[in-house]
Ligand binder design. Structure first.
Ligand code: GLU
Length: 432
């Protein structure tokens, strides 16, 4: 996934090191927090539908669990690397701490292209993953969830395998399950809605009327789709959506200066978040074609950029393509901006809502799901979304207030809060 010169784990460590220095963290604490606590590599053998045997590489990394059971998704991607997973596990620690969830951070991945696997093969892969990781995960130790490429059905197969081995029912062992099978209402929408809850707060502070704004969204998976839906529901205009097409292996950017019909686009996307180019043409949209490095989404004359896809999208090379009209960047993805770009963003006066704040709605709702699953008592959707909005806006305010008080960039302020909370838990436990 990291074909560029940027290594996400080095980025994550660089961000941490800068703020550890700002906070004056002792060397012992700093050295402990800049590395994962545990890193597991394993191979999953699968008997494929055609009778051949294929071996899939898999990882699970626990960055830190001082504040509670580790929590983090599973990425299914054919370019997945251990350094991606390590970075993502670290960001999960900060994300959970920033939202004040009693959880630590972890992440996992399987090197695979799920769109090239049959359902039968996907199920075997999920069950194989759990069979090897069984002793390392559980409702009180490490709780997986979906991430890029994985979905609710995968989570349910994993839960079923876990429960079969455990000989009982442990619905809190995994989150973002299908609704009715231990899943929480609102989890599907949570990350995307969370992005817009934080954007709403930023617009309020900047005294900007959302109905007078335009946005460009990169990625049309659950995060991009629901961020776009919520933003449009609140009166904003999404003029560009860009997404990777799993079969064509191309990136298409759909553009309509009068605003795209997000519901219509969503109605034709496949389960991998891909939209057929011809559908866009049929809807009367301009459709631009590019490879995986396509930057059309960030070259748009808009007020708000919402990257909801891959890491390392806003880099020293792509930053100059961003128009002067852009006032806010909402990082729906994990790590979409490289650390060397933060200075340029600051200098241009663009307001940044950093990833582990902006996209924390997913894990926050996962936490709600875990609570409901462990109680075996489920809330209605309104209750979930009210709690989610409150959690996101509270975290946003804490970050914004600190950034104002100490003159810090929003990302740095978010790090200060998160690192302090984790370091305190580590200290109280007497680990360092
Ligand atoms: N994969 C999501 C994230 O990066 C959600 C994790 C979770 O729900 O545990 O935040």
């Amino acid at each position: 996934m990291t074909e560029s010169k940027y290594n996400p784990f080095e980025n994550a460590q660089k961000q941490f090191d800068n703020m550890a220095e700002y906070l004056g963290l002792e060397d012992g604490m700093k050295n402990f927090l800049r590395e994962p606590m545990k890193e597991i590599h394993f191979n999953i053998p699968i008997k494929m539908d055609n009778g051949s045997i294929k071996i899939f590489k898999a990882f699970r990394v626990k960055h830190n669990d001082a504040r509670g059971p580790a929590k983090g998704g599973l990425r299914f991607h054919n370019e997945e690397t251990i350094d991606d997973v390590k970075a993502l596990s670290m960001w999960m620690t900060w994300k959970c701490a920033l939202l004040n969830l009693p959880l630590g951070g972890s992440k996992g991945g399987i090197v695979c292209d799920p769109s090239a696997l049959s359902l039968n093969e996907q199920e075997k892969l999920c069950r194989g993953f759990i069979r090897q990781l069984y002793s390392q995960i559980g409702p009180n130790s490490d709780v997986p969830a979906p991430d890029m490429g994985s979905n609710a059905q995968h989570m349910l197969w994993m839960l079923d395998e876990y429960e079969t081995i455990a000989g009982g029912r442990y619905p809190g062992m995994i989150t973002a399950k299908p609704v009715g099978m231990g899943g929480s209402l609102g989890r599907t929408e949570a990350t995307g809605y969370g992005v817009i809850y934080t954007l709403e707060e930023m617009l309020k502070i900047k005294n900007i009327d959302i109905t007078k704004t335009t946005a460009s969204v990169q990625g049309f998976g659950l995060v991009g789709e629901y961020a776009a839906r919520k933003y449009v529901e609140m009166g904003g205009k999404v003029i560009a959506v860009n997404c990777f097409h799993n079969a064509d292996k191309k990136v298409y950017t759909f553009i309509d200066k009068d605003g795209l019909d997000i519901q219509k686009l969503a109605s034709v996307k496949n389960s991998f978040g891909s939209i057929d180019k011809n559908k866009g043409i049929e809807f009367g949209y301009e459709v631009l074609e590019g490879d995986s490095k396509c930057t059309k989404w960030l070259e748009q004359q808009v007020d708000i950029l919402i990257p909801c896809a891959l890491p390392n999208q806003i880099t020293l090379d792509t930053f100059p393509l961003i128009k002067d009209s852009v006032k806010i960047i909402c990082e729906g993805a994990n790590g979409p901006t490289t650390p060397d770009c933060d200075e340029l963003i600051k200098n241009r006066g663009i307001s940044m809502i950093p990833d582990f704040l902006c996209n924390a709605g997913g894990v926050t709702c996962s936490y709600f799901e875990q609570v409901q699953s462990n109680m075996n008592y489920f809330w209605d959707k309104e209750e979930v979304l009210i709690k989610l909005e409150y959690a996101m806006k509270t975290a946003f305010r804490a970050v914004y207030d600190l950034s104002l008080d100490k003159g810090l960039y929003m990302r740095d302020a978010a790090y200060v809060i998160a690192i302090q909370r984790v370091a305190e838990a580590v200290k109280l436990r007497g680990w360092v």
